[in-house]
Design a protein. Structure first.
Length: 215
């Protein structure tokens, strides 16, 4: 099981890192905007230092650019920030082209192909050898698609070397449901990440243990 935190809010990273259950964090330009941060290499360099300092083994950063060349150039710059960086690129022709250039020039850098909505995109990500393919679960549901059936097909298409990194999750219940279907890699937004360990019954049991310990 791999759990990541889907936010650029550094205060939440610091809060959740001590639990030891999250192996990394995921970001993208929209999450940077929501956190009140500029989408710049300088900002992402600072986030990288914070993530490493908090003890996370990876930080996923999405490249951007108005042309394929700009997308590729930024991907290379992100990769140079450190070995903990996983570069995110869209599962589009421009994204795969950028991923190919990244592999040629920074072979050791791991890649996540993102904005996944179709099994065919997962096939392409697996053929490329991407570390992750990130489907958007809730967005599929909200578009009226049978998200569970699509994810099952994606899981078969991914093979053994490319992990499905399930994103766009709205609740702990969705995570539990998807885990029961065999999925093992999730990136969780702040409300879900914070509530994952909450249980009224567990809290009651702990209070009883503490009371007994005090005599």
């Amino acid at each position: 099981m791999k759990l990541l935190i889907d936010t650029a809010e550094r205060s939440l990273w610091q809060k959740l890192a001590p639990s030891g259950i999250y192996c990394g964090v995921t970001t993208n330009p929209l999450l940077l905007q929501r956190a009140g941060l500029s989408c710049s290499l300088e900002t992402l360099s600072e986030l990288h230092r914070t993530a490493v300092g908090a003890g996370f083994g990876e930080i996923q950063m999405q490249s951007w650019g108005e042309t394929p060349e700009a997308l590729s150039d930024m991907a290379l710059r992100l990769a140079d920030l450190g070995p903990e960086v996983v570069v995110k690129l869209p599962a589009t022709p421009a994204g795969f082209s950028s991923a190919s250039r990244l592999r040629l020039e920074r072979r050791e850098t791991r890649v996540t192909m993102t904005a996944i909505y179709a099994p065919s995109q997962v096939i392409a990500a697996a053929a490329f050898g991407a570390a992750y393919a990130a489907p958007y679960y809730a967005r599929l549901q909200e578009a009226g698609e049978d998200a569970d059936a699509i994810l099952t097909r994606m899981q078969l298409a991914a093979g053994t070397d490319t992990l499905l990194l399930l994103a766009s999750l709205r609740s702990v219940e969705q995570v539990v449901h998807l885990s029961s279907q065999g999925h093992r890699c999730f990136t969780l937004p702040p409300p879900v990440a914070q509530s994952l360990l909450e249980s009224d019954l567990a809290a009651k049991a702990v209070a009883e243990f503490d009371a007994a310990a005090r005599g």
